[in-house]
Design a protein around this ligand. Structure first.
Ligand code: ATP
Ligand code: MG
Length: 232
């Protein structure tokens, strides 16, 4: 599904965080959004999922203007947001977390789909989500997104704080999602991995797009400069 952000601005209270943002997520592609802490990556994903209303600009999904739509309306259009931190209910079991995300009557299909993506979850259906390891909780968060069959997935630092082996597993899953036709907008701290999986990359610096192009056009030094806030 195509997402287009056009000349977008957004912020909190009187503070503008994002300015003049033009960004395109083409169909069935992975777009990486990289930038320093506080650059506005999470804010951009919150605008794209309807959690935060833009103060200027337009949001288009599949050519339709959806500016001002609620998160719920965007979920119904196939947009799914995996937020920073882990989007699971810690005091519910793994099964309950999955059932909450499923359509009534389709609970067992949803669980089967989640377990097919992450077999480890199948062994832990009765475990309270909050007692699982960080990696397992992130798998559950991704599985909850996956069972909605989303067409556009907004991912906010899903590999944060996880062991390299689990990060590998998560990136394999993301590649599979993209191959299955979903579009991904990926905020990542692991720059190299993000550039490996991405078709397009945007660097954001203090709320403005500093670079847009293909990963092959970037070198690690440019990204590093963006990360330490020196600019390109
Ligand atoms: N709820 C809020 N109220 C006020 N200011 C906020 C709020 N959320 C974020 N900000 C500010 O907006 C700016 C951008 O924050 P954002 O969380 O989008 O950055 P980020 O690029 O995701 O950073 P990080 O890499 O640390 O996650 C920061 O200056 C932050 O302090
Ligand atoms: Mg963030």
């Amino acid at each position: 599904m195509t997402l287009v952000l056009e000349n977008l601005a957004a912020g909190y209270g009187g503070t503008t965080v994002l300015r003049g943002i033009n960004l395109v997520v083409p169909p069935s592609s992975v777009v990486a959004l990289l930038g320093a802490n506080g650059a506005g990556k999470t804010t951009l994903l919150r605008v794209a999922s309807g959690l935060l209303k833009p103060s200027a600009g337009r949001i288009h999904l599949e050519g339709r203007d959806v500016t001002g739509s609620s998160p719920h309306q965007l979920v119904r259009r196939g947009v799914c947001h995996v937020p920073e931190g882990r989007g699971v209910f810690p005091s519910l079991t793994v099964r309950e977390n999955l059932v909450l995300q499923s359509v009534a009557g389709n609970e067992s299909d949803a669980i089967a789909r989640a377990v097919s993506a992450f077999p480890r979850l199948g062994e832990r259906l009765s475990q309270l989500a909050g007692t699982m390891s960080g990696g397992e909780q992130q798998m559950l968060a991704l599985a909850r997104a996956y069972i909605q069959s989303p067409r556009l997935i907004l991912l906010d630092e899903v590999s944060m704080g996880l062991a390299p082996k689990i990060v590998d597993e998560i990136f394999e899953f993301l590649a599979m999602l993209a191959q299955s036709g979903a579009s991904l907008l990926l905020v990542e701290q692991y720059v190299t991995r993000a550039l490996e999986v991405a078709d397009f990359v945007y660097l954001i610096n203090r709320g403005e797009i500093a670079f847009a192009g293909e990963p092959s056009e970037l070198d690690a030094a440019d990204v590093f400069k963006a990360y330490v806030g020196v600019g390109l």
